[in-house]
Design a protein around this ligand. Structure first.
Ligand code: PEP
Ligand code: MN
Length: 348
C-alpha cells in the first residue's frame, strides 16, 4: 500500500509544499512530486504508513485526500489519481484522436537535405511528431553510431516545419543535450527499456518540463507488468507523461525482424491509463509489411503509430533502406489507420 496526496487545486503552492515537507520530515519521510499534464500529485516517500502522518496531511484545508493505492503501479495504474492525465503533442491528444510519429530511423549528418525533405513530407502526410535518430543503438559496434551534428539538423527541421521532435537518448550526455535542446519527446529504445538508472535520470530531468516520453517495449521483456514497471520508474521520478510503445520482441517468425506484439495492447490497456503507440517498423522490419502491421495495431486498440519514413529509403542509413516507407505511402496509411480507429471504436 502506498500513499498519494491529492490537493484540491491542480498543484500545491511552494509554501503548502514546504509545510507538507516539514510535517513529513517529522516522520522521517519526504515528498515526491509527480507532474501530470493536468494536475500534480505528491507521493509520501519513506515509512509512510503512519496513521498520524496521514491524518495530519489529510486535515490540511488545501488537501482533497490522501489515497492509499494498493497496486504495484501506483501512478500508472488505471485506478490512480493520474488516470485522467491526458498527453498532448503536435496538436493531438492521445486517446482523443490517433497520434502519428514519423520520420527517418537515422539522420545522416552528411545528408541534411534529405532529412529536411523527409520532415516536410511527413508533416504534409499528417504526422504529429517528427522522429529522427541522432544517436543510434546499433547491434554491431562497427555500424554508424550517430553524431552530435545530427541534433542541429533535427532542430533545424523542427523550426522549419513546426513539428515537435522525438529523439532517442541512451546515456546522460545525450539526455543533457536533448533536454537543453528542449526535445518535445524523448525516446527510450528497446535496449534501454530496462535500464533503471537511465529511466530514473530521464524522469528526474524531464519532470519540470513534463516532456513526453516514448517508452519502447524491451525485446527481451516478459509480460505487461515488467513493461509497466519501467513506465512507473519514469513517473515515480517525476514524469508520468509516458506513451508505451510495443515494437516487437525476439524474432520467432523467420522473415520478420521481431515477433510482432501489437496484440498486447488490450492487455496493457486493462492495467494502465497510459496511451499505447505501436511501432510497426521495428516489429516486422520490412517496408512491405509495415502497412499490415500498422492497421492490425490500430485494430487492437493502439492510440497511435510510430512509422519510419524516408523520402529516398535507398539513400538512407541505419534501418531506413529496409524499413522506411515513403511519404506517399505514409499519407494513405495514416488515412486508413484513422478508418480502422473509427471501426474498432464501435466495439468499445
Ligand atoms: C529506432 O527507433 O530507430 C530504434 C533503434 O528503435 P528500437 O529501440 O525499437 O530498436
Ligand atoms: Mn530504426
Amino acid at each position: 500500500m502506498y500513499n498519494m496526496i491529492i490537493p484540491k487545486a491542480r498543484k500545491l503552492t511552494d509554501s503548502q509544499l514546504e509545510e507538507i515537507r516539514r510535517i513529513a520530515s517529522e516522520f522521517d519521510c519526504d515528498i515526491g512530486i509527480v507532474v501530470g499534464a493536468s494536475r500534480n500529485i505528491y507521493a509520501i516517500l519513506g515509512e509512510e504508513r503512519r496513521e498520524l502522518l496521514i491524518n495530519r496531511i489529510s486535515g490540511l484545508e488545501y488537501i482533497d485526500r490522501v489515497e492509499g493505492v494498493d497496486a504495484p503501479f501506483k501512478l500508472m495504474d488505471r485506478r490512480s489519481a493520474l488516470a485522467a492525465n491526458e498527453i498532448s503533442i503536435g496538436g493531438g491528444t492521445a486517446g482523443r484522436e490517433p497520434l502519428f510519429i514519423a520520420g527517418q530511423c537515422t539522420i545522416d549528418p552528411k545528408e541534411p537535405g534529405l532529412f529536411l525533405e523527409t520532415a516536410a513530407a511527413v508533416k504534409e502526410a499528417g504526422a504529429h511528431v517528427l522522429r529522427g535518430g541522432v544517436w543510434k543503438p546499433r547491434t554491431m559496434p562497427y555500424s554508424y553510431q550517430g553524431d552530435d551534428r545530427a541534433l542541429e539538423i533535427i532542430l533545424e527541421a523542427r523550426s522549419r516545419t513546426g513539428l515537435p521532435i522525438n529523439i532517442e537518448v541512451m546515456d546522460s550526455h545525450q539526455l543533457g543535450l536533448a533536454v537543453e535542446a528542449r526535445a518535445d519527446m524523448i525516446q527510450v529504445g528497446t535496449r534501454n527499456a530496462l535500464n533503471y538508472s537511465l529511466l530514473k535520470e530521464i524522469g528526474n530531468q524531464t519532470a519540470e518540463a513534463g516532456t513526453c516520453i516514448l517508452l519502447k517495449r524491451g525485446r527481451h521483456m516478459s509480460d505487461v507488468n515488467e513493461f509497466l514497471a519501467c513506465a512507473e520508474y519514469l513517473a515515480a521520478n517525476g514524469n508520468p507523461n509516458v506513451m508505451l510503445c510495443p515494437r516487437g520482441t525476439l524474432p520467432t517468425l523467420g522473415e520478420y525482424r521481431s515477433h510482432p506484439d501489437e496484440s498486447i495492447t488490450p492487455l496493457i490497456k486493462e492495467k494502465t491509463w497510459a496511451p499505447v503507440v505501436v511501432d510497426p517498423s521495428h516489429s516486422v522490419g520490412r517496408a512491405a509489411y509495415v502497412p499490415a502491421c500498422s492497421l492490425a495495431a490500430m485494430a487492437y486498440g493502439a492510440d497511435g503509430l510510430c512509422i519510419e519514413t524516408h523520402v529516398h529509403p535507398r539513400k538512407g542509413i541505419g534501418d531506413d533502406p529496409k524499413q522506411a516507407i515513403r511519404p506517399a505511402a505514409l499519407r494513405s496509411l495514416l488515412k486508413e489507420a484513422r478508418q480502422v480507429w473509427d471501426m474498432r471504436n464501435r466495439y468499445r
